[in-house]
Every structure is written in structure tokens, then in C-alpha cells.
Design a protein around this ligand. Structure first.
Ligand code: FAQ
Length: 327
């Protein structure tokens, strides 16, 4: 018996696994040089890449309104917000690169439809009020999820999330402020705000992912400390936080089943259309094709910038080497 165990157990592997488990159990961070199970690495790459792609593709629905912002001040704020999203994408691609995947590979996987981005960015932005609804609801949902990710187990991801959350929090405020102004404006402005809430409410609830019972990754991701709360818990938190904000605006949430449940201490809410969610996730939402085509074009059009930056870096390295300075 003893002999059999010796032949199948790799003591080095066991040591690595024990150390990894101890770090997770102790609430410590896993760092890029630490040993990690291959499945943990893959899960982190999948989630961080998907998150990075969401930030980058998420610039498109709002970018659509930069040239049509109603005032110079609104335009300046919107440009700053869209730039922030690009920055979030960059921190996140850098965090994913520490796991041994390159940015080129991630972009290629996105362009080929292998890696995903958030379902929410496949909905069109039809009016200025959508800028308010996105900031308030989409950034609001993003923060609800991302505050927990500042404590996620992979160090570079957790640290990137701290700054991202601070910026998302400003985005949420600016969105709510747009809604507040419209809701207190003319009848037409109020209708625009209500219409934006009607269209973005359900897709924002779906952003948190499928119900826990249908979630493929939640159980393992919670065991590894990647996720600290489940999709349904976060969705409930978002509803509880957002419904009073809608009421303060004097707008109605488009859900006839929405009611405060005293016993649970939470709002009960209606059923999400999961068929629609999966259609959008699988590439058949209102704007999927347009979003990916635009992203691909931007990547191709920007090739000369990447080549010029690489040529500049190579020249600088050879200049420094010529001067005998190590880089
Ligand atoms: N869209 O087992 P789970 C933002 C997929 S950033 C598309 O529950 P998991 C900022 C999921 O990938 C918004 N697919 O998965 C901004 C999996 O498929 P797979 C992005 C979705 O990973 C604001 C399958 O369903 N935030 O908004 C979605 O444990 C304004 C089963 O799902 C993040 O990415 C979805 N909504 O939990 C920017 C946060 N939900 O991969 C611009 C980080 C699920 O096996 C403007 N990510 N799926 O083929 C996460 O926290 C998690 O990945 C979840 C999903 C919670 C999104």
C-alpha cells in the first residue's frame, strides 16, 4: 500500500497545492510568481480578459453621444468618462498579462468570438437620457460587483479594482445627476428619462450573470476566493440600492412584481428574460455584430500606432546600448 502511494504522489506538487490552499484559506493574495492550479489560472484569464474587453467595448455606446452632448460641460464630462473606461481596460489587460497571456492573444480571441464581453454593451443608446441610465444603472451594477473584486484572491486583479471602483463611483454619480436633471425638466425630458430606465433596467439586472442555480463557475470561483458573493446576492443588493433612487427621481421601475418584502428585508422582483440574455451572450443581441466589427476596425486602424511605438522602443534600446547604458 505504502509503495503504491509513493508512485502516484508528487511531493513537490503536493507542497505547491498545500501552500496555494493555505494562502486562499488565510485570505492572502495569490501573486503572479506563486504556483497556482492550471484551472485557477484559466479562470482568472477568462474573467479578467472578459472584464477588460467589456471596459473597451463599453466605450462604444457612450462614444456614440460625445458629438451630440447637449452642452460643452456635458461633452467634457462624457469624454473624460469614456477615457476612464479605456484606462480600466488597460489596467485589466496588464493584470491578465501577469498570468502569461499577451494582449494580442486576448484581442484575437475577442475578435474571433472566443472570449466574451458584458451583454449590456450590445444594447443601443437611442437618446441622451441613455447616458444618464448607463452611468446610473450600468456603472451602478458594475460597482456593486466590483467592490467585492477589490478583495478577490488574485493580487494584480484586486489592486487594479481599487482605482477602477473609485472612478466607477464618479461615473455612477454623473449618470444619476443627468437623470435627476431630466426627471425634473420638461415633460419631454422626463419621458426620455423614463424611456431610458425602461430599456436599461432589465439588461442591467442580467449583467450580474445567470441565476446561481445555472451559473457554471460560481461554486469553484467562491471556493478560490475569486468571487466573494454570488450573482443572485449581488443582483439583490443592486435592486435594493437602486429602487429607492428611482423613486427619488419620480420614475417608475418597469416591473409590476416589484414589491418590498418585510420578512426578507429585501425587494422581491419579477423574472428576468434569460432567453434574451443567452441570445445576447451568444452573439445575437441588437448590436453584437456592430460592436465587434467596430472593435476590429479600430484594432486594424491602430496597427501603425503599435508598430511606431514598438519601433521607437527598439530604437531607444539600441541607442542606450550604443551608449553602454543597460536598460
Ligand atoms: N455578459 O458561471 P457564470 C462595466 C457568462 S464592466 C456576458 O455566472 P462568472 C464598466 C460567463 O462568462 C462590466 N456573459 O460566470 C463600464 C459564463 O460563460 P463562459 C463587466 C456573461 O464568470 C460601465 C456564463 O455566462 N464586468 O460595466 C455575463 O462566474 C459603463 C456562466 O456565468 C465584469 O466583467 C454577462 N453579463 O460570473 C464600462 C466583472 N454574465 O465564460 C463602460 C468581472 C455571465 O463560461 C461603460 N466579471 N456571463 O463561456 C465577473 O464578475 C463575472 O465574470 C460575472 C459572471 C459576474 C460577470
Amino acid at each position: 500500500m505504502y509503495h503504491v502511494c509513493m508512485t502516484i504522489t508528487d511531493p513537490v506538487q503536493t507542497d505547491h497545492e498545500a501552500r496555494f490552499d493555505a494562502l486562499i484559506d488565510g485570505g492572502h493574495k495569490i501573486e503572479p510568481r506563486d504556483w497556482m492550479p492550471e484551472a485557477y489560472r484559466k479562470t482568472m484569464i477568462r474573467q479578467i480578459a472578459q472584464h477588460a474587453h467589456s471596459e473597451v467595448i463599453g466605450q462604444q455606446p457612450e462614444g456614440n453621444w460625445i458629438t451630440r452632448a447637449p452642452t460643452l460641460q456635458r461633452k467634457a464630462i462624457l469624454i473624460a468618462k469614456v477615457q476612464d473606461e479605456a484606462g480600466h481596460g488597460l489596467y485589466l489587460y496588464s493584470a491578465a498579462e501577469t498570468l502569461g497571456v499577451s494582449r494580442d492573444e486576448m484581442n484575437d480571441l475577442l475578435h474571433r468570438g472566443v472570449q466574451k464581453y458584458s451583454s449590456i454593451f450590445n444594447y443601443p443608446t437611442l437618446s441622451w437620457a441613455d447616458m444618464g441610465a448607463i452611468g446610473w444603472l450600468v456603472d451602478g451594477a458594475a460597482i456593486t460587483n466590483q467592490v467585492m473584486l477589490t478583495r478577490t484572491s488574485y493580487g494584480p486583479y484586486a489592486r487594479a479594482m481599487i482605482r477602477i471602483c473609485k472612478e466607477e463611483s464618479f461615473h455612477q454619480r454623473q449618470g444619476y445627476e443627468i437623470m435627476l436633471e431630466l426627471a425634473n425638466g420638461t415633460e419631454e425630458q422626463r419621458d426620455m428619462a423614463q424611456d431610458a430606465l425602461d430599456r436599461f433596467w432589465w439588461p442591467s439586472l442580467a449583467m450580474f450573470g445567470p441565476p446561481d442555480a445555472d451559473s457554471t463557475h460560481t461554486e469553484q470561483s467562491m471556493a478560490w476566493g475569486i468571487k466573494l458573493e454570488t450573482n443572485d446576492e449581488l443582483r439583490q443588493k443592486f435592486v435594493d440600492m437602486t429602487v429607492p433612487q428611482a423613486r427619488y427621481l419620480g420614475l417608475s421601475v418597469p416591473d409590476p412584481d416589484l414589491v418590498w418584502n418585510d420578512e426578507r428585508g429585501h425587494f422581491d422582483f419579477g423574472d428576468i428574460d434569460w432567453d434574451e440574455f443567452w441570445r445576447v451572450v451568444r452573439g445575437d443581441g441588437p448590436c453584437n455584430r456592430e460592436r465587434v466589427a467596430h472593435k476590429r476596425k479600430a484594432w486594424d486602424d491602430g496597427a501603425w500606432v503599435r508598430e511606431a511605438a514598438a519601433a521607437h522602443a527598439a530604437k531607444r534600446t539600441s541607442d542606450l546600448a550604443g551608449k553602454g547604458t543597460s536598460t
